[in-house]
Design a protein around this ligand. Structure first.
Ligand SMILES: Cc1ncc(C[n+]2csc(CCOP(=O)(O)OP(=O)(O)O)c2C)c(N)n1
Length: 578
């Protein structure tokens, strides 16, 4: 996302005024259009919180219950609004509690600015109370980080932080501010940043590469588009539809690319990856030109690299040069912002149709329908399956909700059976696979888009990793709908134990608390359902409830997610059943 595309208000110049470093932090955030912060106070960041006290009419500070919750909430907020998520935390444990969410934002390209308080600069390196080297700790998982020790550095550091997180491939930044810098006085001026020496956020699109790619595509008999998160980040969904329609190219989506292409479109063929659809995986091994758009050939998508799409010429559209030729060698790399590349490339692409090729996907759909989907959506057994629950939620929300999933079987089922009909609607932890992500991310998404229905789908395991954020949901009254798919197991790990470790269920069964009472204890209305006959009305009650609501759905304990490409296997080895 380039600076010009960001949905934040643009930063403005501000003339000189004398203020404290802490006030300078708040004024800098206001200059960048920030109106929401997720945070948790403590000793080393108290001056900044004190300054914030006077700006409660301009900035909504959401007091989370754990700093990890602040990061995931900021991620959820950023993913559905396209704006920068902002977090505050204190030094030491406050700062270290941010690390999981920062790593998650880094691998899933999410723009986030984390501001941490730090011990006074005179005490740096002395093992002072709550001193930790957050710069050192966060270095490998941030796009940039910086320690401010003087009040006059604050404005420039924050201007640079916002420029870096928004520009090019988005990511997280940490700005660590010592307490003396917060207390000190500064003549504040604010100059937005729009350039950093030696940093080229968006590579220049090369005309020659576009022509070479067009030649490959125009000669292709079995072209195939893999759409990733970069399509959504660049706002390139319309451009992608135009390309696919003009040249008659089937389109598959990565996990994070879901909602970038209309699910009912005749050229849409489904999801890629370990638990993706059968056709998109198996036919990767049959296409002749593979066009990867804003995706990074994650190992969950490629399976065994040595056997991955060996027959195909690869065109890789990508903003981050570090991703090109990293896992899969590109025959032509189209470097740049996905939307810009697609728009510039379109006139060079010939009109075409590949009806027989698209039909090969439909034949695979029929196989998957027969072997997997029919039973998943119309089970013979009495117990509810996750798939039928997600399918019903999809129908009852007309595919128009923001769906935030956690990590595990329910995540893959959510991705497979929710029909995302609006862009920027799928919020999940893709790259890092962070259990505990969904509840706070859903809170952040609802705060960012109160106009949209936000539904968190979470496993009984992951819910217990960040359930304290139920208190934040209660306090903010954010009308998040939480669906726990309770199988009394760490389901995805149990599935692997069943399939690859001889059914030795080593520490994956859970004796759970009473989630309904727990929710009510947090002041959030809740109910439980386990019968098929009662499922529809239970979902209706949840959706119609004015305010947050938790629905616990008891599901089959040992249900499995299929298809599955076993870890490290080739895509040809995809399993449709045990
Ligand atoms: C923080 C973290 N710890 C461990 C894991 C490994 N892990 C992946 S899926 C999973 C099971 C999730 O269980 P649950 O939340 O109940 O969801 P289910 O798979 O049953 O739908 C585990 C333990 C992880 N992804 N994240």
């Amino acid at each position: 996302m380039t600076l010009t595309q960001t949905k934040d208000k643009p930063a403005q110049e501000l003339k000189k005024t004398t203020m404290t470093g802490s006030e300078a932090v708040i004024h800098s955030l206001l200059q960048e259009g920030v109106d929401t912060i997720f945070g948790y106070p403590g000793g080393a960041i108290m001056p900044i919180y004190d300054a914030l006290y006077d700006f409660q009419d301009k900035i909504n500070h959401v007091l989370v219950r754990h700093e990890q919750g602040a990061t995931h909430a900021a991620q959820g907020y950023a993913r559905v609004t396209g704006k920068v998520g902002v977090c505050f935390a204190t030094s030491g444990p406050g700062a270290t509690n941010l690390i999981t969410g920062i790593a998650d934002a880094q691998i899933d390209s999410t723009p986030m600015v984390c501001i941490t308080g730090q011990v006074p600069s005179s005490l740096l390196g002395s093992d002072a109370f709550q001193e930790t080297d957050v710069i050192g700790i966060s270095m490998p998982v941030t796009k940039w980080n910086f320690q401010v020790t003087k009040p006059e550095e604050i404005a420039d550091a924050l201007a640079k932080a916002f420029y870096i997180v928004r520009s090019g491939r988005p990511g997280p930044v940490v700005v660590d501010i010592t307490k003396d810098a917060q207390f000190g006085s500064v003549d504040f001026t604010y100059t937005p940043c729009n350039r950093v020496r030696s940093y080229v956020p968006v590579p220049k699109i090369k005309e020659g590469a576009l022509k070479a790619a067009a030649e490959l595509l125009n000669g292709a008999k079995k072209p195939y588009i893999l759409a990733g998160h970069g399509v959504l980040i660049s706002g390139g969904t319309d451009a992608l539809v135009q390309l696919a329609e003009k040249a008659g190219i089937p389109v598959a989506s990565t996990l994070l690319g879901l909602s970038a292409f209309p699910p009912d479109h005749p050229l849409y063929v489904g999801m890629l990856g370990m638990h993706g659809n059968y056709g998109p995986n198996i036919l990767t091994q049959a296409c002749d030109v593979l066009i990867a758009v804003g995706m990074r050939f994650d190992d969950r998508v490629t399976g065994k690299l040595d056997t991955y799409a060996r027959q195909a010429k690869v065109i890789h559209i990508e903003i981050d040069p570090a991703e090109v030729d990293k896992n899969v060698k590109a025959d032509v790399a189209l470097m740049g912002d996905a939307k810009a590349v697609l728009e510039q490339w379109l006139p060079m692409v010939n009109k075409n149709e590949h009806a027989d090729w698209v039909n090969e996907f439909r034949k695979c759909d029929a196989i998957e329908e027969e072997k997997v989907v029919r039973e998943a959506l119309n089970p013979d057994g009495e117990e509810l399956k996750m798939s039928e629950v997600v399918n019903l939620i999809s129908e009852k929300t007309a595919g128009e909700a923001v769906v935030v999933t956690d990590v595990g079987q329910h995540q893959m089922i959510g991705a497979r059976y929710y029909k995302f009909r609006k862009p920027d609607s799928n919020v999940t932890s893709g790259g890092l696979g962070t259990m505990g992500f969904a509840l706070p991310a859903a809170l952040g998404a609802k705060i960012g888009r109160p106009d949209r229905e936000v539904i968190a789908i979470i496993g009984d395991g992951g819910f217990q990793m960040t359930l304290q954020e139920m208190a934040t949901i209660f306090q903010t009254k954010a009308a998040v709908k939480v669906v726990i798919l309770n199988n009394n197991f760490l389901g995805m790990v149990r599935q692997w134990q069943q399939l690859f470790f001889d059914r030795r269920y080593s520490f994956t069964e859970m004796t759970n608390p009473d989630f309904v009472s727990l929710s009510k204890g947090f002041g959030i209305e809740a109910s439980r359902v386990s019968e098929r006959d009662a499922l529809g009305s239970a979902i209706d009650t949840m959706l119609q409830h004015d305010g947050p609501y938790l629905l616990e759905v008891m599901v089959e304990k040992e249900d499995n997610v299929f298809p599955m490409v076993p870890a490290g296997a080739s895509l040809d080895e995809i399993k449709l059943e045990k």
